[in-house]
Write a protein that binds this ligand. Sequence first.
Ligand code: URA
Length: 227
Amino acid sequence: MSSEIQLSLFNEESNLNQQDLIPTDGKIPIPPGTYNNMAELAQHCNQCQRCELGSTRTHAVVGRGNLKAPIMVVGEAPGQNEDETGLPFVGRSGQLLDKILASVDLTTEHDVYIANINKCRPPENRVPTPNEMAACLPYLLEQIRLVNPKIILLTGATAVKGLTGDKRGITKIRGQWLEWEGHLCMPIFHPSYLLRNPSKEQGSPKWLMWQDIRAVRAKYDEIRESN
Ligand code: URA
């Protein structure tokens, strides 16, 4: 590090400057408390080259919804619509996700903030690699710290694995509450899986999602009543 850069660390107004100094190597950690707000984090995500996905993105996709929401939804990674708009879950999966939330009166305006494990779109919508997930995880951890949700919904096995490290299949663990770092987490199916399995018969993925989202609503009400 040059002495000019070292000296700049003494600047009082240097929060953003310090971020600019954070190495883009995905293996070097971004410490908790780095970002004061989501705008600072978004600015860094849009400059980020911590993994190779940074070289093909149109926009980094950080989040949408209430920045103080009691419920956070974590998806996998942006698709084409998200890459183009810079907003998570705005394509077909996202429309279904909004309907699932609305079925129990949850909205991104009031109750929900939505983010992803990876902020940049993987080519051809492939699953992000373990290295890509690890490089991006500090941003999600900062988002969780800033929003501080009571409940986190993890959509699909990649979201579960990316945040908690739990490698079990989603069919095994969906609908079961697990605790991660003081937050209650509920693994649920990814909406794209429901798009591929449209049956609503008892025991079908959509039917199971209906059980799970009602359990989430009930837990949310219970937490609100106890506060
Ligand atoms: N699928 C995801 O997991 N996230 C998005 O933002 C869009 C689709």
